[in-house]
Design a protein around this ligand. Sequence first.
Ligand code: AMP
Length: 215
Amino acid sequence: MNIILLGPPGAGKGTQARRLMDKRGMVQLSTGDMLREARSSGSAMGKRVAEVMDRGALVTDDIVIGLIEEKLAGGAPGGFIFDGFPRTLAQADALEGLTERMGQELSAVIEMQVDDEALIERVTGRFTCGNCGAVYHERTHPTAVEGVCDACGSGDLRKRADDNADSMRQRLMEYYKKTSPLLGYYHAKGLLRSIDGLAAMDVVERAIAELLDRA
Ligand code: AMP
């Protein structure tokens, strides 16, 4: 089963994708994570995209499609969770072509709905563990011991360069302009399901599980 988690930045796509990996053995494909990895490796592509990401703009379609194509080739018996991809209609078309060629299909596109003010609050307080990827929030979900990851004990806690209010407003604008048309696209294909992304993480997880059990 292959699914897309669709929603604005901060909607909780990454958190839920990680839960689906743990519980269902699916493989998360986050283009944001792939691009951050490329940046920190210092590769030529990483250098090219760094400034675009910090500004909150979208990286060009050919770069992200290339990244996804590479990962899809590895296959995933439990299926893929697309997190933060596709973000444009061109990416959605490319994904359709790639899955078709592999004899695979999309089972569901899950829209996580969250209002803008809640997103800005979530994202500006967010920090993550550089070692295991656990996600925290300065006010609503701090670590038990300051500076130490609850999940793995690492002291490598990081704030993303683009998790600030200015960049976030830009990212939201990009979402509404370029990504939200995908809601209509997947609705027309009969794949779109929507859930309340503002609910508690466990409630969101259950809502997704119910949708997948019915897909
Ligand atoms: P994310 O971690 O999904 O919020 O992505 C962080 C940043 O990476 C975005 O603001 C974009 O600059 C870039 N990015 C991630 N995924 C894509 C994509 N599918 N298309 C274009 N840019 C992307």
